[in-house]
Each structure stands twice: as structure tokens, then as C-alpha cells.
Ligand binder design. Structure first.
Ligand code: A3P
Length: 291
């Protein structure tokens, strides 16, 4: 077996069952002898990158248990103040040898998070799922739009938020979240490259299995997820999960039609993103076919 750094760190953690922070937290057991543990691995983002799909798909693995809800422990001060015992209480019950996974997309762009995760456990494995950052921005806007419509709040068109006097407005929050190189640079000040596995979110949509296999390998898991776990649902237009013969698709907020953005504005966005994308490719040592 090839002992990569993440596999080694995880193996040590699984073997001795340490609480990496050094905090003494009394164990909580359930009837089946399972126990809540701090996460071994975290999906840190990106928002709208396919984080839910990745979490649910990894959950197909018998050695993985996931926190179903986003925990927002490291990025929300009120939560962070509650301490690691609270964080652990948000985790699923696992048996010895099973891996605990949580996902909070808000971690990726929050400056305080990398050092906080490191302080909890410097061996934490990190998964970052990225997608074309222009499409991500439109998806991000679409989500905010849906939320505002649901609460009967006023909204602006995407073009109004994205462009100021015909130029891309660098202060638009959804644009800033698409500047992956900026955020990743902060993580790499704290974690090694080997500890951060980049998942191609566009490839996960087209064909989930190869990305899942790579993620299994990164997490040091035996290959248990196969192509038979996925079924393309032509009504939804996405792959759905198959478990014990039952199909489970992600909810309707995932894969919904995007809000419109004019062709010229989209091209300006792509031009703006060309350099940030190039910097990100250099950081991760691979390229993606983004706009
Ligand atoms: P869109 O709604 O823009 O298509 P997140 O879970 O991080 O919010 O990401 C949502 C995105 O996951 C969706 O964005 C969708 O493209 C993507 N996705 C990836 N695989 C999917 C799947 N099997 N079913 C539904 N959405 C999926």
C-alpha cells in the first residue's frame, strides 16, 4: 500500500481514536455501540460547487457516515464559541474504523477557518469541489434570488449586481466567492497540498463514478462505490443515487434552471475570471475547461 500523508494521518487517527485537539470530551455512545467523533474529513466548499452531491455520494460508502446538516462550526462565531463538544454532538454515530464526514461550503472563503480546523486536528483531510466559477456565480445568484422570492423580498437582476458602468464589479460578493485562488492561498498557508483533494464538480455532474473513486482513494477507503450506485434520471437531468434498489435524487434546489444573464455580461465575467482561473490552475497543478 502506498502511504500518502493523508492516508497515514487518517490511519493513525482511526487506530488510536485520539481527540486531535487534545480536548477531553466524554464519549457519547448509541445503542448500537456507535460513537460521535470529530470529523476525519471535511468538504470545505465551494458553495454551489456540488457539495451536497459529493457528501451524499460518499455516504454510499459503508465506511463513511456524514453529518446531514451543514454544521457551520468554524465560520459562525456563535457556534465556534460552543466548543468542540458541541461540534462533536452534531456528528453522526460511527463504529470504530468508520470515517466521519461533514460539509460546510461556507468554510472555504472564511479567513478564520483554516487555522481553526488545523487547531482541532492538523491531520484533517479536506475535500474541495470546484466548478466553472462563472457558472458557480450564476448558481449562487440563483439561490439568493430564490430565497428572496420565497420571503417576498425585493431583488436586483444579476446584471445590475455584476456590472457597474459596464465593468465587472469586483466588490460583488458572489464574484469574490468565485476567486478560488485567493481562498485556496489561505488554506495552503496552513495545510499541505496533499491534504486538500480537489474534486471536479463539472465532471461529477457528467459522470460521478470516476470522481468518487478518486475521493475514496484520497480518503484511504477501499473501493466500495461503483457505477451501479448511480442512475441517470432524464427528468431531473442529473445522476441520482441508487441504494438497495431505491433511487434518491437531490432535492429541487440542486440542478434548477439558472437566472438569466446576457451573453455580453457573461463574456465580460469570463474575461475577468481568466487570470484568477490561471492562478488557481497553477496552485493545484491541473487545468479545467472553464469559460
Ligand atoms: P445548480 O443548481 O447550479 O445546477 P451545492 O450542493 O454545493 O449547493 O451545489 C449545487 C450544485 O450541485 C447544483 O448546481 C448542481 O449542478 C450540482 N450537482 C452535482 N451533481 C448533482 C446531482 N447528481 N444532482 C443535482 N445536482 C448536482
Amino acid at each position: 500500500m502506498l502511504w500518502t500523508l493523508p492516508v497515514l494521518l487518517l490511519s493513525v487517527r482511526l487506530a488510536v481514536g485520539w481527540s486531535a485537539s487534545g480536548d477531553v470530551i466524554s464519549p457519547v455512545f448509541n445503542n448500537g455501540g456507535g460513537m460521535q467523533r470529530l470529523p476525519d474529513a471535511i468538504i470545505i466548499g465551494v458553495r454551489k460547487g456540488g457539495t451536497r452531491a459529493l457528501l451524499e455520494m460518499l455516504n454510499l460508502h459503508p465506511d463513511v457516515e456524514v453529518a446531514k446538516a451543514e454544521v457551520h462550526y468554524f465560520n459562525v462565531e456563535d457556534h465556534y464559541k460552543r466548543g468542540l463538544a458541541w461540534y462533536r454532538s452534531q456528528m453522526p454515530f460511527t463504529r470504530t474504523g468508520q470515517l466521519t464526514l461533514e460539509k460546510t461550503p461556507g468554510y472555504f472563503a472564511a479567513p478564520q477557518v483554516p487555522s481553526r480546523i488545523w487547531a482541532m486536528n492538523p491531520g484533517t483531510l479536506l475535500l474541495l469541489i470546484v466548478r466553472d466559477p462563472a457558472e458557480r456565480l450564476v448558481s449562487d445568484y440563483t439561490q439568493v434570488l430564490h430565497n428572496r422570492l420565497a420571503r417576498q423580498k425585493p431583488y436586483q437582476r444579476l446584471e445590475e449586481l455584476l456590472l457597474h458602468e459596464g465593468q465587472v464589479d469586483a466588490s460583488y460578493k458572489a464574484l469574490q466567492r468565485s476567486l478560488y485562488h485567493r481562498h485556496l492561498a489561505r488554506w495552503l498557508e496552513v495545510f499541505s497540498k496533499e491534504q486538500i483533494h480537489v474534486v471536479d464538480g463539472d465532471a461529477l455532474v457528467r459522470d460521478p463514478y470516476p470522481e468518487l473513486r478518486r475521493a475514496e482513494r484520497f480518503l484511504g477507503l477501499p473501493a466500495r462505490i461503483g457505477p451501479e450506485n448511480f442512475h441517470y434520471n432524464s427528468t431531473k437531468g442529473f445522476y441520482c443515487l441508487l441504494e438497495a434498489g431505491r433511487e434518491k435524487c437531490l432535492d429541487q434546489s440542486k440542478g434548477r434552471p439558472h437566472a438569466p444573464l446576457g451573453g455580453l455580461a457573461f463574456r465580460k465575467l469570463c474575461q475577468y475570471l481568466a487570470e484568477p482561473n490561471r492562478l488557481f490552475f497553477n496552485m493545484v497543478g491541473r487545468t479545467f475547461s472553464w469559460c
